[in-house]
Ligand binder design. Structure first.
Ligand code: ADP
Ligand code: MG
Length: 259
């Protein structure tokens, strides 16, 4: 290794920027051959480091978010989902709604792609540098109950507010006891106009009273959620069952025969 290369290696290690070392040495030849200015060269070297850091940061954030699967907007077949247009959804990937603390609500029957879209938007947010946390409504409540029992609920809510996006999947699959409903309400309130939520539910808002055991609590919660929100209602049959023929799914054939 030449003297300058050794020095670059030492300095890059001191900066904890290993890609600077690799890029500086590799791009030096190209810079000389192509007559780059000093500024062009410096920009090219630093750009490699920044791009690599952003990419590995995104992967760390995606791993930390707790997504149950990896899903992307590119994989979503909008032609199979009449309830939502590609043009309405894809701009959300840029994450402007997060800076405005707006919410996204995805409603619709099982299998229509609510969780898929929630994950895809969450992953997109990770790529824009935002921290995300994903869990089902039941898991969020369990987490808050645990914090409450340890006398740490306010601290937990404050900590969660540092996440620009939390995703609450499957509101409504299980009804909540009153204590759980109150904790959920506190979570929604603490984020109102501070940080975003993505919520999914198989129930329309009109039936959230059944989930929270109280129409007033449900109405107050919906009020805060939808005040600054995009609400999308997905439609149609389950995508899970779409590819299955009668032969692979006897229960469907049974249902068809009884109809
Ligand atoms: P929901 O949360 O509404 O019950 P999911 O998002 O879990 O539904 O979707 C069920 C399965 O079908 C998932 O594997 C998902 O990736 C897939 N899926 C649903 N809708 C679509 C779609 N329009 N395009 C591609 N895959 C889809
Ligand atoms: Mg789901």
């Amino acid at each position: 290794m030449s003297e300058p290369d050794t020095q670059i290696s030492y300095l890059a290690a001191a900066l904890k920027a290993p890609r600077v070392r690799e890029a500086a040495i590799r791009l030096a030849h190209q810079a000389r051959d192509s007559g780059w200015t000093h500024e062009d060269y410096l920009i090219a070297v630093l750009d490699r480091e920044v791009a690599a850091r952003n990419a590995s940061g995104a992967q760390l954030r995606i791993r930390a978010a707790g997504f149950p699967a990896r899903k992307t907007l590119e994989e979503f077949v909008f032609d199979h989902q009449p309830g939502i247009r590609r043009d309405d959804l894809t701009p959300l990937a840029a994450g402007h709604y997060l800076t405005e603390a707006r919410n996204i609500v995805l409603l619709g029957p099982p299998g229509t792609g609510k969780t898929h879209l929630a994950i895809a938007l969450g992953i997109a947010a990770c790529h824009t540098g935002q921290r995300v946390m994903f869990a089902t409504a039941t898991d969020w409540v369990a987490r808050l109950q645990d914090a409450y029992q340890r006398g740490r609920l306010p601290a937990e809510l404050t900590k969660l507010r540092r996440y620009p996006l939390i995703i609450i999947d499957e509101v409504g699959y299980l009804p909540f006891e009153q204590d759980a409903a109150n904790l959920f309400f506190q979570l929604v309130s603490s984020r109102y106009e501070h940080a975003s939520l993505i919520l999914t539910s198989n129930l329309p808002f009109a039936r959230w009273g059944e989930v929270f055991g109280d129409q007033t609590v449900a109405a107050a919660m919906i009020d805060r959620i939808v005040h600054h929100a995009d609400v999308h209602t997905l439609k149609g049959g389950s995508y899970r069952l779409k590819h299955l023929t009668d032969d692979t799914l006897p229960s469907v054939r049974l249902t068809d025969q009884t109809n």
